[in-house]
Design a protein around this ligand. Structure first.
Ligand SMILES: C[S@@+](CC[C@H](N)C(=O)[O-])C[C@H]1O[C@@H](n2cnc3c(N)ncnc32)[C@H](O)[C@@H]1O
Length: 363
């Protein structure tokens, strides 16, 4: 009788093989992000959502793309389990975007929409050489050193949350603010990016005077165009200005959405907010709801914020050469300390989502 001996696989080798698969999966997701951006820009997800099931030829015809590319793009979506494949009556492959996936990839009005972010990838990946240098020297990579796709992509990242929560939950959570704005208060939305929040506030409070400020010229150009498109350009003024010297005083509400941590001198910004606010005004500070304790939380939100901080938020803040470079997950205590140092006396966590914390800060 022959005895077959097998060499046991060392646990470390098995662990390495498993981890290898995990990292290959991450690499696949990193490349797939580009196919998501293409799918959004070319209207491929929308066509599947509205007209599916579609064959590759039908998808190509409806969206005006080459059929050969449609086949390859669909294979990438199929392998990612973003779309499903079925066969029609004569055995031809057709592709379906399930309704739950359409709410993430095809419907910009859904709270779960996430496809808009991926356009930021080209701006982020393009800074790799600058980041290598910055990591070695300790210098930063400024917002303006990125392609304007960063403004659009970051705007899209948070927009669904803003659309669904800002007016229904966040503004109402602030003492007195809805009443003041309904009666015609003044608002400064600082670090407004492409202005989604500015426009939402202006639209909801037609008697309020609303200003949007950002130090990115590209973002302000896009914001002005969006205001024009929304028919709001007579009521909303967008200007290029830094957080520590934007114009105006006596504001009833100053808002910072996901941007204080990007600033090199957040204390100077907070001091300027204090000066520009009415004595009874409110600073609405929205920041990530992620802290250093979440490094090993393993949630998609924590992973996303921590990755973004290493390649965008921290280098942007460092480039401003201020005394602080917070990173995007420095946590409530760090923000509260900045507000206190700037002379604010009242601090309240007004509301939160798994992704964002909304702070009400008052003199
Ligand atoms: C992550 S984006 C958030 C944009 C927008 N508030 C939103 O939530 O969609 C951060 C923004 O902060 C702006 N920013 C960074 N530092 C700034 C500063 N010192 N003054 C004004 N804006 C600044 C950037 O240009 C960028 O638009």
């Amino acid at each position: 009788m022959t005895t077959v001996t097998t060499t046991p696989v060392a646990p470390a080798a098995t662990a390495a093989a498993d981890f290898h698969q995990r990292v290959i999966g991450d690499a696949a997701a990193a490349v797939r992000g580009l196919t998501v951006s293409l799918g959004r820009r070319l209207g491929l997800y929308r066509a599947l959502a509205e007209h599916g099931p579609l064959t590759a030829a039908q998808l190509a015809e409806r969206t005006g793309i080459s059929e050969r590319y449609a086949v390859e793009w669909l294979h990438a979506q199929l392998s990612a389990e973003y779309v499903e494949r079925r066969q029609d009556a004569i055995g031809t492959d057709t592709y379906v975007l399930p309704a739950a996936h359409a709410a993430v990839l095809a419907d910009p009005d859904a709270v779960t929409y996430a496809a808009g972010f991926f356009t930021a990838l080209k701006a982020l990946y393009a800074t790799e050489d600058l980041l290598v240098e910055a990591y070695r020297t300790g210098d930063g990579v400024g917002w303006a050193e990125h392609d304007p796709a960063l403004d659009t992509g970051m705007g899209s990242f948070f927009e669904p949350t803003y659309q669904h929560r800002l007016l229904s939950e966040w503004v109402p959570s602030l003492h007195d603010v809805p009443e003041k704005l309904a009666a015609g208060g003044t608002v400064a939305d600082v670090g407004c990016g492409v202005g989604h929040t500015t426009l939402l506030i202006a639209e909801a409070f037609p008697h309020a005077t609303v200003h949007g400020f950002d130090y990115s010229e590209e973002a302000i150009t896009i914001a002005r165009q969006l205001a024009e498109d929304a028919g709001l350009s007579d009521r909303v003024v967008f200007d290029v200005a830094s957080a520590d010297d934007y114009p105006g005083t006596g504001y009833d509400l100053v808002t910072f959405f996901n941007c204080l941590h990007d600033m090199g001198d957040p204390v100077a910004a907070a001091q300027h907010v204090r000066k520009s606010l009415d004595a009874d005004g409110t600073w609405m500070l929205v920041e990530s709801n992620v802290s250093p304790d979440d490094v090993d939380a393993g949630t998609p939100a924590a992973r996303m914020f921590m990755a973004l901080s290493a390649v965008m938020c921290l280098p942007v803040a460092v480039a401003q050469r201020g005394p602080h470079a917070l990173g995007n997950h420095s946590g409530e205590q760090a923000f509260r300390a900045i507000a206190t140092e700037a002379g604010f006396g009242r601090w309240r966590r007004a509301t939160e989502t798994p992704v964002n914390a909304v702070y009400e800060v008052r003199p």
